[in-house]
Design a protein around this ligand. Structure first.
Ligand SMILES: [Zn+2]
Length: 115
């Protein structure tokens, strides 16, 4: 019917607790830990990065209310994984171990990123 899917979804290969570096935008160069991965949106939530201010109302659970800073998700194309072995923001590829487990390999130091 003339419809063609032109954009393949980016595969999010980041995981919770990964260390990343922001490669573009106002947070460029900052690093943080991945708190949550939104695969269907290609976004990650990173600890203390991309903070937005939210107004909260006083309530018995949150107390006083006021303005709180909260992390907003970042697109995965704007971040780079930091290799825990060589401590460099790097590219990596997927590989399979002998047991058939999918793991990530750092393209710089060739070490396995996933223990
Ligand atoms: Zn490395």
């Amino acid at each position: 019917m003339g419809y063609k899917k032109v954009q393949e979804p980016v595969k999010v290969k980041l995981k919770k607790n990964d260390l990343i570096e922001v490669t573009t935008g106002k947070e460029k160069g900052k690093t943080g830990k991945v708190l949550k991965v939104f695969r269907e949106k290609n976004q990650v939530l990173v600890e203390k990065l991309n903070l937005i201010k939210r107004h909260t109302r006083p309530s018995p659970t949150s107390g006083q209310g006021g303005i709180v800073e909260k992390e907003a998700p970042l697109y995965v194309c704007k971040v780079k994984l930091i290799c825990p072995k060589c401590a460099t923001a790097t590219r990596f590829r997927m590989t399979q171990t002998g047991e058939g487990k999918k793991v990530r390999v750092c393209l710089k130091c060739k070490e396995l990123i996933d223990g």
